[in-house]
Design a binder for this molecule. Structure first.
Ligand SMILES: NC(=O)c1ccc[n+]([C@@H]2O[C@H](COP(=O)([O-])OP(=O)(O)OC[C@H]3O[C@@H](n4cnc5c(N)ncnc54)[C@H](OP(=O)(O)O)[C@@H]3O)[C@@H](O)[C@H]2O)c1
Length: 318
């Protein structure tokens, strides 16, 4: 079988990690790298024996590519994905799917119309741990309440990009990878309410510290509540999740998942199965043209940004 030829757009942290991952696969050839950053772009292209192309639109138009991997900032994901799909390329993109619900819907529609494979890098849900939690949640009956709390001390490697509302969106949006797994288990939502506090907010949308909250009612019943606070005075990140169901409560403390019922507490070990990364799935799906799992996961990604972007709208209206 001939190799799948890919181009990568963006030469920062995730662009570098994806270039390494894909270069290691025997079924893939990294043909080109595009980035507005000519210094890191050239260095990355040279390292992987790929051509450097300064402009991403030139890359997506290339006939010698089967797929495009999008690793730019949040404000450009959907625009690049749509252009690549219109040029008949398969797309692997970083989350979030889009900065607007209309743009996210347009990407999903273009994928189906052109019969391409779209994968959004929500890798947490293909983990064997997530599969075990999902199975346990199904056994435990109906959802009553889910709560999620994350506190982070730092502002990321590039705070001017991450802590910037027009480029990255509010934290509720760039932390969508904490919404996606919950929507994957419990389904979509029927109402969303968000609130936000930003310390040191400038006219350009940069800030120093934040608190975002998102409260939802799930369509299948039960309520959810996410709280993120970042740039706060804490020694190291903390994260806690709870899924309270009619038959028991699933909780995460320090990455160890447990189920608690009136009868006692038990660990939830990961399911025993070979782990296939999302990158490997994308390549296999391009080769086999079997898109049903990718289509289902794209629909979940769209539902996840409906939550984060509706929360953003609610924050703005307040
Ligand atoms: N899956 C994960 O685990 C994970 C982890 C972290 C981040 N992410 C996501 O990955 C994306 C990239 O994050 P990152 O940490 O890799 O950011 P980064 O280190 O700043 O890299 C972004 C790269 O894209 C380039 N770029 C930005 N806009 C561009 C444009 N319009 N045309 C061409 N190149 C452009 C940047 O150039 P400059 O150097 O000139 O800015 C840079 O090379 C974000 O959406 C983020 O949410 C995912």
């Amino acid at each position: 079988m001939s190799k799948i030829r890919i181009g990568i757009i963006g030469s920062g942290g995730t662009g570098t990690r994806h270039a390494e991952r894909f270069s290691e696969m025997e079924t893939v050839e990294v043909v080109a790298i595009a980035s507005r950053n000519t210094e890191t772009g050239n260095t990355l292209a040279e390292k992987h024996g790929a051509e450097f192309i300064p402009d991403w639109y030139t890359l997506v138009q290339r006939d010698n590519l089967d797929g495009v991997v999008i690793c730019t900032h949040n404000d450009t994901h959907a625009e690049i994905a749509l252009a690549a799909l219109r040029c008949d390329k398969h797309v692997f993109m970083e989350y979030p799917l889009a900065r607007s619900i209309d743009a996210g819907e347009a990407v999903v529609e273009a994928t189906q119309r052109n019969q391409r494979v779209l994968r959004i890098n929500h890798s947490e849900t293909v983990s064997n741990s997530h599969r075990a939690i999902k199975q346990k949640a199904e056994e435990l009956g109906d959802l009553l309440l889910t709560t999620f709390l994350r506190l982070t001390p730092g502002r990321g490697v590039r705070p001017e990009i991450l802590f910037n509302l027009p480029i990255s969106g509010p934290p509720a949006h760039f932390f969508v990878y904490h919404i996606y797994p919950i929507v994957d288990i419990f389904g979509g939502v029927r109402s969303v309410e968000g609130s936000a506090v930003y310390e040191g907010l400038t006219d350009q949308g940069n800030y120093n510290r934040f608190v975002n909250t998102v409260n939802v009612e799930f369509r299948n019943g039960g309520v959810g509540s996410w709280v993120w606070a970042g740039g706060v005075e804490i020694h190291e990140s903390e994260q806690h999740a709870r899924y309270v169901l009619t038959g028991g409560t699933i909780s995460d403390s320090g990455g160890r998942w447990r189920c608690s019922t009136g009868a006692g507490v038990e660990e939830i070990p990961p399911v025993e199965a070979p782990h296939i990364s999302l990158q490997e799935r994308w390549i296999q799906e391009i080769q086999t043209q079997e898109t049903s799992a990718a289509d289902r996961d794209a629909a979940t990604a769209l539902e996840a940004i409906r939550v984060s972007l509706s929360a953003e709208q609610s924050m703005q209206e307040k």
